[in-house]
Design a protein around this ligand. Structure first.
Ligand code: DX5
Ligand code: ZN
Length: 220
């Protein structure tokens, strides 16, 4: 699955930018609050408008403080998946329950420096694990290959039935890095600049998907 990140799109033309990637499985929406990360993007009003403007399921990545309070609104609005950061959540298990009760999938994200092991039990309540492969806050950064160890661990936990979730990766994914991520066991690839800086974003999505498929281990 490919999830283009509109962080690299033209914010004054989001409907058009979504329409440019209709072949994508999800559309990744980066919500930043200038507190959890040193950048400010968009919030619930823009997501509500985007939901009316596209049929692509929205994958909302909340890089915000106090997601226990704010994430639910995105689920209630109709986002397909709402991802919160474990570093910011006070009660991630209750938060996942609330998100699912509101009708969305629940996603948990970990920053590059955050280990996976302490959160395996918590992740039993989640539908997606978003492994950050850059420090969250900005698009166009370089891929941190060392996070692939966490991807491999998560993949093993899923393949052995200990977890049931999609493994998602975010940051620095492009035609040079996607094969290694696919090989490590990623299911869903977020790509911002690699899609929206391309001349034809729709084609860039197809090209990335083909590269990922060619390197994905076969999993029943
Ligand atoms: C970074 C965001 C990413 C960003 C990725 O904090 O979470 O979703 O858009 O951009 P690229 O693909 O350019 O690294
Ligand atoms: Zn993101």
């Amino acid at each position: 699955m490919i999830a283009p990140s509109i962080l690299s799109a033209d914010f004054a033309n989001l409907a058009r930018e979504a329409a440019a990637v209709t072949g994508a499985e999800w559309l990744h929406v980066d919500v930043m609050d200038a507190h959890f990360v040193p950048n400010l993007t968009l919030g619930l009003p823009v997501v509500k408008s985007l939901l009316k403007a596209t049929d692509i399921p929205l994958d909302c990545h909340l890089m915000i403080d106090d997601p226990d309070r704010w994430a639910i609104g995105y689920a209630e609005a109709g986002a397909h998946n709402v991802t919160v950061h474990v570093e910011a959540a006070a009660d991630p298990v209750q938060l996942a329950k609330n998100l699912r009760a509101a009708g969305s999938k629940a996603g948990l994200s970990i920053k590059p420096g955050t280990p996976l092991e302490p959160y395996v039990e918590v992740l039993k309540h989640y539908d997606t694990l978003l492994v950050m492969s850059v420090e969250p806050g900005f698009g166009g950064q370089s891929f941190m290959v060392e996070v692939l160890d966490k991807v491999r661990t998560a993949r093993r936990l899923v393949d052995t039935g200990h977890l049931r979730l999609l493994v998602e990766i975010d940051g620095g994914i492009n035609s040079d890095t996607i094969a290694a991520a696919a090989e490590a066991g990623v299911d869903c690839f977020v790509a911002g600049s690699a899609v929206y800086d391309a001349e034809d974003p729709g084609r860039a999505v197809e090209a990335l998907r083909a590269l990922a498929a060619a390197s994905s281990p076969h999993r029943g």
